[in-house]
Design a protein around this ligand. Structure first.
Ligand code: PRP
Ligand code: URA
Length: 205
């Protein structure tokens, strides 16, 4: 699948099994979600551009590499918060945006309840963070409002084929970095095999 990058890292596979297992308690679910997010965001940033700056080591002068991208993190509440802290550790200077979106339990259509936009320009590389890509409705709500960015990369822990198709029908250039592409959505638009409701499991609700 073009512009879909499924992690092949064995640690990601192992951590994902912990998240999927219904025996996993909240404490382990939280720490595992943060570990896997860190690996996936590292994967998604493996080809970022570098420039150089002049520095002096204790021994000599040199031109050393520095990240030259204007990184913006954008997270979808609530579940995306699980990925935000690992992302902020990797990109400590990045501006952060928030979309409060909740799927209507009957229709599975995302409804907006909060929005806080960071500065996004034609130089911004945005990492859009949301652990579950199901119908794609939530991510599409955000993508439509940040399309002025130079590039947007969607980072998810699990994706459904339906969600990937929905994103790429509207935004074919958005790269999707994910821990797994699962089989399908069920009648209630939950990902199968999936892991259940990520927000509820992470926040204990
Ligand atoms: C979950 C998840 C995604 C969304 C994905 O959020 O965090 O944002 O569903 O589904 P979609 O691709 O069909 O839009 P949910 O609405 O359950 O809210 P929560 O994060 O507050 O639990
Ligand atoms: N959101 C979740 O948390 N889980 C799903 O399976 C689908 C949407």
């Amino acid at each position: 699948m073009k512009n879909v990058f499924v992690s092949s890292h064995p640690l990601v596979a192992d951590l994902l099994t912990i998240l999927r297992d219904k025996q996993t308690g909240i404490r382990e679910f939280r720490s595992t979600a943060e570990q896997i997010s860190s690996l996936l965001i590292t994967d998604a940033s493996g080809d970022l551009s570098l420039s150089t700056k002049a520095i002096e080591t204790p021994l000599t002068k040199m031109h050393a590499p520095v990240l030259s991208e204007n990184i913006v993190l954008f997270t979808i509440l609530r579940a995306g918060l699980a990925m935000l802290h690992p992302a902020m550790k990797l990109f400590p200077s990045a501006e952060v945006g928030f979309a409060g979106l909740r799927r209507n339990e009957q229709t599975a259509i995302a409804e907006e309840y909060y929005w806080k936009m960071p500065t996004i320009t034609k130089n911004s590389l945005v990492f859009l963070l949301d652990p579950m890509l199901a119908t794609g409705g939530s991510a599409l709500c955000v993508l439509r409002k940040i399309k002025q960015a130079k590039e947007i990369r969607l980072v998810t822990i699990i994706s459904a084929p339906e969600g990937i198709t929905a994103i790429h029908s509207a935004f074919p250039n958005v790269r999707i970095y994910t821990g797994a592409v699962d089989q399908k959505l069920n009648a209630r638009k939950y990902i199968v095999p999936g892991l259940g409701d990520f927000g509820d499991l992470y926040f204990g609700t």
